[in-house]
Design a protein around this ligand. Structure first.
Ligand code: MOS
Length: 745
């Protein structure tokens, strides 16, 4: 019997049909009886106080049910309960409608509730609001002197501060054969998932709610609502089966959830609150950063001195941190390092993790600096990376559990045709366009945390698996089904993965590229536990064929248990259900990193990106003609969905390098391009040949499945590879992102 493994197969996403036919329902699409619609009113000033909000005229409009402001909002548990969500930075969580204080432009200050969305939005514009304005600061560059070390909090567990200085950076740098000294600027970016933020709250009677929420974590939203509104956990159900993109924007409960729940509880009605596109720019963003790198290398190209400092924006109320400067020494084993990350509190909303937070900006500075070293020494940029290769994370002194980055470099370069590159800048041309090749390294975390799963088998041999985890478009549903299929030895058609419901077994927020490595092992363990139960029942058979065998001697395949060494000795599932009287069989199990060994090795995913650009110096156009990313991320469960993750990341990388930027006008403290017309992202014509290459790793340290994450790594190496390719094409070294046409003219 051929054992066709489900893991490793390029299975199309199981919910794909529902999504492309419009059958999939999103949070703002659920129908409910006598549904009311809330529209959020945003502050038009950046800092100060609300002197008054006149709601009386608006309340007279037919169809307007209520206008909630800080003056008449229900007093919920929120305001005297200190609570932070799973992704909260140290500080104080923002509390909508708490009082009259305005802390940032666009702050939600009222909710108009009406019988239709249009009416609520219309009425929102009619509100008379009088403010008392105060002066504010939103300019990162102007406030460099306000930089300080971030406070530590729970978030620091997954986001450790930079390692302490090592060796003697100053001396080594002074003595270095070549030195760089570069300043980088990165702009604000917004997540902009396709689906707008929405919560539909179904009022199910006294203090009992069913909530369809757009979120990356059903239980995170459930805990938030229960704590903030003083409800029992069991009376709050949060459901999010389809999520139209997250990218980090749904890691924290957003204010539409607060508003919808508040209105629903106060009015005892079903309420929906949806944000529009411009309001999507008020729920968090990738912070702008300023970075300074100084690398020193020997004549042979050994990078022995690394200095990397970063200043990032945060709000006045939370110390948002991301890992910007820790990476260089995790890849390049310099003996002398000085790394520092500081934040500058400004009058903006708190930044929020956005796909490869910190890594995608930090690695840009690091990999462009490496390219500068390569040119100063006249060494091929790829060779420079190989000269500084290490299997050890120098910053922790620990060996990587697996690290196939070398193969990413070599196989990637070969497939891309890197050897065709003439190293001389401005030396390659196609027609009237300059051609440039650039490459860069990518690195990201391979973390896992804790999750649970439940498995239920019915007498027909079908299985349902349950987990509260979401699928934000990454393929989680499909991958978990594949993992269960392999473990149980059943075809994927016989397995239903039920998910994204807070009533189901615990799963953390989906993010940090840790979902497959966290929930996958829980599903695997729960299936294993089910197999054990089945085997135990099989042993009770009147004709006990397994009497001399134990669990480790048997395999599960095609609805049968058989002795691995002698497959003729077998018991069918049908028989097992005959023995147990046709009862359903249930198991629950969990998975987490082994506390005894989890700190032993360093873990990470790695990539190498190669890019070809064409630059037209007369028009200033920059085109990414082709890009290849070679990725080492452990075992690939599903090459199709994994490739989609990397391709999406690569497109994001192109977008970050050449298009995306939210512009804050410091006169007004306001984002000026909060819409898809002026917040530029690539269109199809901007995306040309993209290729993904997986270098598989056999890593049983990270978890039994050997799986690491692919959600974020795809975007990390592309922006520096593009910047380096533009230098190769034009001879111009550009230190900011995005790079616009005027900089290459
Ligand atoms: Mo990701 S920024 O952890 O959703």
């Amino acid at each position: 019997m051929k054992n066709i493994s489900s893991v490793g197969q390029p299975i199309s996403r199981l919910e794909g049909h529902l999504k492309v036919t419009g059958e999939a329902k999103y949070a703002g699409e659920y129908e409910a009886e006598n549904l009311l619609y809330g529209y959020v009113v945003n502050s038009s000033i950046t800092k100060g106080k609300i002197k008054s909000i006149n709601t009386s005229e608006v309340k007279k409009i037919d169809g307007i049910i209520e206008v909630f402001t800080h003056e008449n909002r229900p007093s919920t548990a929120w305001f005297d309960f200190k609570y932070a969500d799973m992704d909260a930075p140290p500080g104080n969580v923002f509390k909508p409608l708490k009082d009259d204080v305005i802390m940032y432009n666009g702050q939600p200050i009222a909710l108009v509730v009406a019988e239709t969305f249009e009416l609520a939005r219309y009425a929102a514009q009619k509100l008379e609001i009088i403010y008392e304005e105060k002066s504010f600061e939103t300019d990162l560059k102007k406030n460099k002197d306000k930089a300080r070390t971030p406070k530590k909090g729970l978030a620091s567990l997954l986001k450790p501060p930079p390692p302490k200085p090592s060796g003697d950076f100053e001396k080594e740098y002074e003595d270095s054969f070549v030195k760089t000294d570069s300043f980088f600027t990165h702009s604000t970016e917004h997540h902009n998932p396709m689906e707008m933020y929405a919560s539909t709250v179904i009022y199910e009677g006294k203090d009992k709610l069913k909530i369809y929420d757009k979120t990356q974590g059903t239980i995170n939203s459930q805990i938030y609502v229960a704590n903030v509104f003083g409800l029992k956990m069991k009376n709050v159900q949060v459901i999010a089966p389809f999520v139209g993109g997250g990218f980090g924007s749904g890691l924290r409960p957003q204010h539409q959830l607060f508003m919808a729940v508040m209105a629903s509880l106060a009015l005892k009605r079903n309420v929906r609150v949806t944000l529009d596109r411009s309001q999507m720019y008020l729920i968090g963003h990738r912070p702008p950063t300023l970075q300074h790198t100084k690398f020193g290398a020997t004549e042979e190209g050994k990078v022995n001195a690394i200095y990397h400092k970063a200043l990032g924006e945060t709000s006045r109320f939370e110390d948002y941190v991301e890992i910007v400067v820790n990476w260089a020494n995790m890849i390049y084993p310099a003996e002398n390092t000085l790394l520092e990350h500081k934040i500058i509190p400004l009058d903006v909303f708190s930044p929020l993790d956005m796909r490869a937070p910190g890594g995608s900006t930090g690695m840009h500075a690091i990999e462009v600096t490496m390219d500068e070293i390569a040119y100063k020494l006249n060494i091929d940029p790829l060779e420079l990376r190989l000269k500084n290769y290490s299997d050890i994370d120098k910053s922790s002194g620990k060996e990587y559990s697996t690290k196939e980055l070398r193969q990413c470099y070599l196989k990637g370069a070969e497939k891309f045709g890197w050897e065709k590159r003439n190293p001389e800048p401005r030396s390659m041309k196609r027609g009237n366009k300059l051609v440039g090749y650039g490459m860069a390294t990518g690195i990201w975390e391979a973390n896992r945390i804790f999750a649970r799963a439940e498995v239920i088998m019915t007498p027909d041999g079908k299985v349902e698996i349950k987990s509260a985890v979401t699928d934000i478009g990454t393929g989680t549903l499909t991958i978990m089904t594949q993992i269960a299929s392999d473990e149980l030895g059943l075809p994927i058609q016989d397995i239903k993965f039920s998910y994204a419901d807070s009533k189901m077994p615990f799963a953390p927020i989906q993010g940090g590229s840790f979902t497959t490595a966290t929930v996958g092992p829980a599903v695997q363990n729960a299936c294993k536990a089910l197999n054990k139960k089945l085997f135990k029942i099989a042993k009770k058979s009147e004709n006990p064929v397994f009497s001399t065998y134990s669990f480790k001697d048997v395999s599960f395949k095609d609805g049968k248990i058989f002795v691995t060494a002698n497959p003729d000795i077998q018991v069918h599932l049908k028989e097992i259900f005959n023995i147990n009287g046709q009862q359903i069989i249930k198991t629950k199990n969990s998975a987490m990193p082994n506390p005894l060994t989890s700190g032993k090795n360093a873990t990470g995913v790695h990539s190498a990106a190669f890019v070809e650009v064409e630059v037209d110096e007369e028009l200033g156009t920059i085109e990414v003609k082709r890009a290849l990313t070679a990725v080492a991320a452990g075992k690939i469960i599903n090459p199709k969905t994994a490739e989609s993750q990397i391709l999406g990341g690569m497109i994001w990388g192109i977008s970050k390098a050449l298009y995306e930027e939210t512009i804050l006008d410091h006169q007004f403290g306001k984002y000026m391009n909060a819409n898809f017309a002026e917040y530029h992202i690539p269109v199809h014509a901007d995306i040309q040949d993209l290729e993904v290459l997986f270098i598989e790793e056999d890593d049983k340290f990270v978890n039994d499945l050997g799986v690491k994450g692919v959600g974020e790594i795809g975007g990390v190496a592309i922006p520096p590879a593009i910047t380096n390719a533009i230098f190769h094409a034009t001879g111009k070294r550009i230190y900011n992102l995005p790079i616009h046409f005027d900089q290459v003219l």
